[in-house]
Ligand binder design. Structure first.
Ligand code: GAR
Length: 208
């Protein structure tokens, strides 16, 4: 059984999707063993506690710099014996030591079709604001491996939703979450836990 450690910062709806998937047997070979939050008041922590999942809080401002914070995160992941680390709305930057210690073992859900609307500054609602400003007619979400390049790691899964006249960032965010993120993130975790994802020449190959 692979230990899944989920990193969160906010509401935790993606964490909830993972918990629900695990409960219905949708993540064979994996178990969510710990949730680590970068915010002490993140509602995601409540979701973990309600489901009997061990929690930790690592707040960035309690550490001198990004390296000290990353060291604490790495220590926590090692102590938790993480086999898979899932960024589920985790909004705090870690240095390269963390993803180097867990190569192709950390996955992130990003609320856009990478390589559009990604990288530094593109997070949460800002991503949907940018998509609406550009006037794209289709958007979606991407699950990818985490590397040193922000939102630049091998793409595992993507799916789309239409952008409709009159959409606000909030409406679009909800459509992307409900139709794509909450399905793709548990699916990617399940594929990983069943050893169905390989990375070859920097690209992820998924055995369906
Ligand atoms: C999700 O839309 C996730 O894709 C996004 O933040 C939201 C978190 O919601 N992540 C990023 O923007 C990371 N670059 P949640 O806390 O309800 O899962």
């Amino acid at each position: 059984m692979k230990n899944i450690v989920v990193l969160v910062s906010g509401g935790g709806t993606n964490l909830q999707a993972l918990i629900d998937a695990e409960k219905r047997g949708g993540i064979p070979g994996g178990k969510i063993t710990c949730v680590i939050s970068s915010k002490s008041d993140a509602y995601a922590l409540e979701r973990a506690k309600q489901n009997g999942i061990n929690t930790r809080v690592l707040v960035r401002r309690d550490f001198a710099d990004v390296h000290a914070y990353s060291k604490a995160m790495l220590d926590a992941l090692n102590e938790e014996k993480a086999d898979l680390v899932v960024y589920a709305g985790f909004m705090t930057i870690l240095d390269e030591t963390v993803c180097r210690a867990y190569p192709n073992k950390m996955i992130n859900v990003h609320p856009a079709l990478i390589p559009s609307f990604c990288g530094k500054g593109f997070y949460g609602l800002h991503v949907h604001e940018a998509a609406l400003e550009k006037g794209v007619k289709v958007t979606g979400a991407t699950v990818h491996f985490v590397t040193e390049v922000c939102d630049g790691g091998p793409i595992i899964l993507q799916d789309t939703v239409p952008v409709l006249n009159g959409d606000t960032p909030e409406i679009l965010q909800k459509r992307v979450m409900e139709n794509v993120e909450w399905k793709l993130l548990p699916k990617a975790a399940a594929l990983f836990c069943q050893d169905k994802i390989k990375v070859v020449d920097g690209r992820a190959i998924v055995e369906e």
